[in-house]
Write a protein that binds this ligand. Structure first.
Ligand code: ZN
Length: 321
């Protein structure tokens, strides 16, 4: 009986001890588990921290690269501002010397001779089949004129353009296309046309033209855009534009006879200090060529009056203010 009680007591003690062990074990597990989890989480956090640091580093590098790129961009913009939009004026040449001077397209300071009346013969729309004849007449009287030319690519036109330059006359720009709708469509179109005629003259003659005559004049009624937009554009390029205050009348739809042209081109000169005479170098204007000798003779016969090519020294005539 006692032995049986003892063995029962042993069994209970063992159960109690097992229970104790299990309780201890579960307590241990419950203590270890959070600690283990904490360790794992700490590990994760520190890994994430180092990733953040790496990202911050590369962000820093990226920002530095952006700053460097911006600085480079600013430098480029500054360099471009020095070079553009103005035409390169380093080797500025006056496209024609004053009358009588031997220097052609030289880098000379142009000083116009003193006279009470300065007269400028200007020919628009060339070169044409009459260009050579006009040049010969001008040579006969030893006077220099101004040709506001268009962009004509034929071999003959280029030859005539070069001949105008070779004989010491001023070459001005009169647009490349002379198509009003295209030239005056927008300032971008105007600018594109301007650079075309500027380059055409430069490439074929080496002359950097500095003067411009608007197709139809600055007071034309064709442009839908305020002409000041275009005069401002030219001013930015340091290009002067020249209208006229004496018209031969040879630009109209009716072909005028020689006497009328002479009368139109010469009357009124004595009333101006500066007379810029509008004429045309165009295939459809034969009477202009026929009238030219008389026009020149009449002007040369006037008191205190000189015929000059347009230079940067010339007082411009502007139709619009
Ligand atoms: Zn014209």
């Amino acid at each position: 009986m006692e032995k049986g009680q003892n063995s029962q007591g042993d069994a209970r003690r063992r159960r109690v001890q097992r229970l104790k062990k299990m309780i201890m074990l579960s307590v241990l597990i419950w203590m270890i588990l959070p600690v283990g989890l904490c360790i794992v989480l700490f590990g994760r956090i520190s890994a994430l921290n180092s990733q953040i640091e790496e990202t911050q580093d590369s962000q820093q590098q990226l920002l530095q690269q952006i700053a460097a790129a911006v600085a480079q961009q600013e430098q480029i913009t500054a360099t471009m501002a020095q070079q553009t939009p103005l035409l390169d004026r380093k080797e500025i040449v006056v496209s024609a010397p004053v009358a009588g001077a031997d220097v052609q397209n030289g880098d000379m300071a142009v000083v116009e001779p003193e006279a009470a009346h300065k007269v400028y013969l200007t020919f628009d729309d060339g070169p044409s089949k009459y260009t050579e004849e006009i040049l010969d007449i001008l040579d006969d009287y030893d006077v220099k004129a101004t040709f506001f030319v268009l962009g004509k690519e034929t071999e003959y036109s280029v030859k005539m353009l070069q001949e105008i330059a070779r004989r010491g006359h001023t070459i001005g720009m009169h647009s490349y296309s002379h198509k009003y709708a295209d030239v005056y469509r927008s300032v971008e179109d105007f600018s594109a046309d301007f650079y075309r005629i500027y380059s055409y003259i430069l490439e074929n003659t080496g002359i950097q033209s500095t003067c411009y005559r608007f197709p139809g004049g600055s007071s034309n009624t064709i442009s839908d855009i305020d002409m000041h937009v275009f005069t401002d554009f030219l001013a930015e390029q340091e290009i002067e534009y020249y209208d006229w205050n004496v018209s031969s009348g040879d630009g109209g739809s009716v072909l005028l006879d020689v006497d009328t042209l002479v009368q139109n081109a010469t009357s009124g000169i004595s009333g101006h200090e500066t007379s810029i005479i509008l004429m045309h170098d165009a295939a459809s204007r034969p009477t202009t060529v026929a009238a030219l000798p008389q026009i020149i003779e009449n002007i040369l016969a006037m008191d205190d009056t000189v015929i000059l090519p347009i230079t940067e020294d010339t007082t411009p005539i502007h139709h619009i203010k």
